[in-house]
Design a protein around this ligand. Structure first.
Ligand code: DAH
Length: 342
C-alpha cells in the first residue's frame, strides 16, 4: 500500500500537463480509484486492522491531495502567466480617435444656395422623387406626345408613376400648396434613363426656383440670377446675357449665359473661345402652367429657373468627370473637407 501511494505521489510530481495530472487524480483519488478500493476492502478486516487502515488511508489521502493541489496550482499559475504574456494590452497607447465626416460638395453648394435664397424671402421646398406623370409633365404644359418628353429619358415605374426627371414638378406642388404670392426653391435629386459617361449620370442634382407675384418681369429674374451667381462664384458682380431657349413651362424661355470667369470674356478653352458659358435655363412662367395650378394669370405672373447643382459643383471645382460625385471614393471626397458650420 505504501508503494502504491509513493508511486502515485511520484506520478503527480512528474505530470507534464494539467490533463496528465487530472488523469492521475482520477486513477488514485477518484470514486473508482485506488484509495476508494482500499476503503472498500476495510469491511473485511478485523477491527484493529480496520482502524489502522483508516488512519493510513486518511493520511495518504491528505498527502496525495496536497501534492495534487500544489501541482495544479503550478499549472494554473503557468497558464495565467502565459495568457498575460500573450494577451497584454498597453492601455497607455493613444486611441484611434474619431474620424469626423464631411459634407458632400453637392450638399455644401446646396446649403449655400438655400441660405442665400432664404435671406431673400424664399421658402425651401421638398418634393417626392417618385412623381406622378401629371406633376412631372402634364401640369408643366408638356402634352403627351410633345417632343419635350423625349428630351428627358424617363424611368417609368409600375402604375404609371415615374422617377422625376427634373425638380420642376415641385413648382407645381408649391403653387398647389401655397398659392400666390410665392417665392420658393426646391433642391433635389433627379433621374434620367441615360447611358453614363464622363458628363452624363442617371442620377444628379438640380435646384428649381420660382417667384410668383404681381408684375414680375425679366428684370427681376436677371436680378436674382446675378445675385445668385455673384454669391456662388464669390464675385462682386457677374455679367450675364439671355438667349432665347424653349421650355414648355416658360414663355418667353431663356438660356442664361455667364461671362467666362476664367478669361473675363476675351475667349479661352473653358468658354470655347466664345467669352460666354451656358449656365442655366429660365423664363417667365407660362400662363397655362399658372392656370393648371389654380392661379389666375390675369392677376399673377412669375419667373422660374432650373439650376444644375451637379454641373455647378463641377464648374466650381473643375471636376472633369461626373462619375466622381457618386463614386463614394474617399480620395475624391476628402478634398472637400472644408469646415461647413451651419
Ligand atoms: N426642368 C428643366 C430641365 O430639367 C430645367 C428648367 C428650364 C427649369 C427652364 C426651369 C426653367 O424652371 O424655367 O431640363
Amino acid at each position: 500500500m505504501q508503494e502504491l501511494i509513493e508511486s502515485a505521489l511520484a506520478r503527480i510530481a512528474a505530470a507534464h500537463t494539467i490533463d496528465e495530472l487530472e488523469a492521475v487524480r482520477v486513477e488514485v483519488l477518484g470514486r473508482k480509484g485506488v484509495l476508494a478500493g482500499l476503503s472498500r476492502d476495510m469491511g473485511k478486516l478485523a477491527p484493529v486492522e480496520r482502524a489502522e487502515r483508516g488512519k493510513f488511508i486518511n493520511s495518504a489521502k491528505q498527502s496525495l491531495e496536497s501534492a495534487y493541489d500544489g501541482r495544479k496550482n503550478e499549472f494554473e499559475r503557468a497558464a495565467l502567466a502565459g495568457r498575460l504574456n500573450r494577451e497584454w494590452v498597453d492601455l497607455t497607447i493613444p486611441g484611434a480617435g474619431p474620424r469626423p465626416g464631411a459634407l458632400h460638395p453637392v450638399t455644401q453648394i446646396q446649403w449655400e444656395i438655400e441660405d442665400l435664397f432664404r435671406s431673400m424671402g424664399f421658402t425651401v421646398l421638398d418634393g417626392p422623387e417618385v412623381e406622378t406623370e401629371f406633376h412631372n409633365f402634364d401640369a408643366l404644359n408638356i402634352p403627351p406626345d410633345h417632343p419635350a418628353r423625349d428630351m428627358q429619358d424617363t424611368f417609368w415605374l409600375e402604375g404609371g408613376n415615374l422617377l422625376r426627371t427634373h425638380t420642376s414638378p415641385v413648382q407645381v406642388r408649391g403653387m398647389e400648396k401655397l398659392g400666390p404670392p410665392l417665392r420658393m426653391i426646391a433642391p433635389g435629386r433627379v433621374f434620367r434613363n441615360e447611358a453614363v459617361d464622363a458628363s452624363h449620370e442617371h442620377t444628379f442634382y438640380q435646384l428649381e426656383g420660382m417667384m410668383i407675384d404681381r408684375d414680375v418681369s425679366v428684370a427681376h429674374l436677371t436680378y436674382f440670377m446675378k445675385t445668385l451667381l455673384a454669391s456662388i462664384f464669390r464675385r462682386e458682380d457677374v455679367t450675364v446675357r439671355l438667349r432665347p431657349g424653349f421650355f414648355p413651362f416658360v414663355e418667353p424661355g431663356f438660356e442664361l449665359d455667364i461671362q467666362c470667369l476664367i478669361c473675363g470674356g476675351s475667349g479661352c478653352p473653358v468658354c470655347k473661345h466664345s467669352g460666354w458659358v451656358e449656365l442655366l435655363p429660365c423664363g417667365l412662367v407660362n400662363p397655362h402652367v399658372l392656370r393648371m395650378s389654380g392661379i389666375d394669370p390675369a392677376e399673377w405672373n412669375g419667373f422660374a429657373f432650373g439650376l444644375g447643382l451637379t454641373r455647378l459643383v463641377m464648374m466650381r471645382y473643375a471636376i472633369d468627370d461626373i462619375r466622381w460625385l457618386q463614386s463614394g471614393d474617399l480620395r475624391f471626397l476628402n478634398q472637400f473637407r472644408t469646415a461647413v458650420v451651419r
